[in-house]
Design a protein around this ligand. Structure first.
Ligand code: ASP
Length: 454
């Protein structure tokens, strides 16, 4: 069985629904699962709705509803989905308006209501796609993901309870597949033990799809998006970007974590556990082969891609105690843990530690506590560039080539060796574009490896 996930841009209107149906046509008799994101920018609108309600801006909140209503109504009309689709839409819009009215009588919007709002996008897209497939004669059925994907109650970033969810999905899929071929579920949404709606973090539909793939022992997980696959560099920085034909799970995980937008970083985990290959494809150019992520014995040991993370902050913490005093590092990390701030890169010496964070929300609190036992300096407007490829650590001469290319760039921090597949440097944001281009020209532009790059 195959699980196919279609992102927001792949379900963003009637034209996209038709493209999607065409892709599925030749598989329509096979048993499969489709996981979809919300239409286009719907989740952003729902986030804006929640923010407007938090600030009691009821007029703006109503405008958000109107945009969502219009986009979905256009879809329903253009595909002629009829009464049932309209009543599904109005049920979800009424929920939004009920929440808005509760805020109007001076109640604060709760975290649980916010997630109920965010879920509307995926509930609508999955429900409407199932109706469309039924209309064109595919044996498809809608499955409300909240019945099967269970999570804790950390609203907006809930942790999926994997054992229960695997069991639920397997069970429901078995039952639904007796009379249907294609099961359509929304990504990103779940429910907690009290059956309240939760969401699992922005971009989380890929993760939902990987969980579904693991649950049913899928032979393949397809991620359909609006780019040709995973590229050697973000094409916005270089017209020489090349499609990568094949990546290992480790390479893909590292790339996703260090900024490549195509895959959510959590996607790899459930797939790797069952050795399920992941194929990234373009909905609008299905003839292009995409990028295949899987472990292969003869995966060439070389750099495969560059990724970046802009707007990060470097914190340099220097112990003001004696050299050799123990407990310094654990104390530093304890503080980051207490303020739920995740640390991405680290470099240490005997008395000092440099680390990077991408979310400076709790920076003032962190600094207050760190300054009690150390001298702290903070540098913002920094960027991380990561060069990813299996065998980075074993390839002699690679690091000197890498740093040679960047000899005119001021490098603030380096991380090499912690991961088998990643060399990362921290530089000023202002040098990001130049550095990416220099590295891309050196390591990818003219490399002739027909099994690795297009
Ligand atoms: N719709 C959600 C988002 O925009 C989840 C997803 O698309 O994966 O973040």
């Amino acid at each position: 069985m195959t699980v196919r996930k279609f992102g927001g841009s792949s379900v963003n209107g009637s034209i996209q629904f038709k493209c999607l149906a065409k892709i599925i046509e030749s598989f329509k008799e096979d048993k499969s699962i489709i996981v979809v994101s919300a239409m286009g920018k719907t989740t952003n609108k729902l986030v804006s709705f929640n923010e407007n309600l938090s600030h009691n801006d009821l007029i703006f909140a109503e405008q958000d509803i109107k945009v969502i209503e219009e986009n979905h109504l256009n879809l329903i009309t253009e595909l002629d989905l009829g009464k049932e689709a309209k009543s599904i839409l109005s049920k979800h819009l009424s929920l939004l308006r009920t929440i808005k009215d509760s805020v109007a009588i001076n109640l604060d919007i709760t975290e649980s209501q916010k997630d109920a709002v965010l879920a509307v996008g995926e509930l609508l897209s999955s429900n409407l796609l199932a109706l469309y497939f039924q209309k064109i004669g595919y044996k498809a059925v809608f499955l409300d993901s909240r019945y099967v994907v269970k999570s804790n109650s950390d609203f907006s970033n809930a942790e999926v309870d994997l054992p229960i969810t695997f069991h639920n999905i397997k069970d429901s899929v078995q039952k639904l597949h007796t009379d249907n071929n294609i099961i359509i579920m929304g990504g990103f949404i779940a429910s907690d033990s009290k059956n309240r709606t939760t969401t699992i973090g922005r971009g989380g539909s890929d993760y939902t799809a990987a969980i579904a793939a693991n649950a049913i022992d899928a032979k393949l997980l397809e991620i359909w998006t609006d780019v040709d696959g995973i590229m050697t560099i973000d094409p916005k920085f270089s017209s020489d970007a090349r499609r990568i034909l094949h990546l290992s799970y480790d390479e893909a995980a590292e790339l996703a974590y260090f900024g490549a937008k195509v895959l959510h970083p959590k996607t790899i985990g459930p797939a790797i556990k069952k050795n399920i290959p992941i194929l990234v494809k373009n909905t609008f150019k299905p003839e292009i082969q995409g990028t295949l992520i899987a472990n292969s014995e003869n995966n060439p040991k070389m750099l495969k891609a560059l990724s970046y993370w802009d707007n990060i902050t470097v914190i340099n913490v220097k112990s003001n105690r004696m050299l050799g005093a123990y407990g310094f590092l654990s104390k530093v990390f304890e503080i980051f843990k207490n303020y739920q701030t995740s640390v991405d890169l680290i470099a240490t010496s005997e008395v000092s530690i440099s680390l990077t964070i991408d979310n400076p929300k709790n920076l003032p609190h962190l600094l207050n506590e760190l300054q009690e036992f150390s001298n702290v300096t903070v540098t913002s407007n920094q960027a991380i560039i990561s060069a990813i490829g299996d065998g980075v650590k074993q390839t002699s001469g690679l690091a000197s080539r890498y740093f040679g290319i960047l000899d005119k760039i001021n490098i603030q921090m380096v991380s090499i060796g912690a991961s088998e597949v990643n060399i990362s440097v921290v530089i000023n944001s202002a040098d990001l574009e130049t550095s990416l281009k220099l590295l891309h020209n050196e390591f990818f532009k003219n490399v002739n490896e027909p099994d690795v790059f297009e």
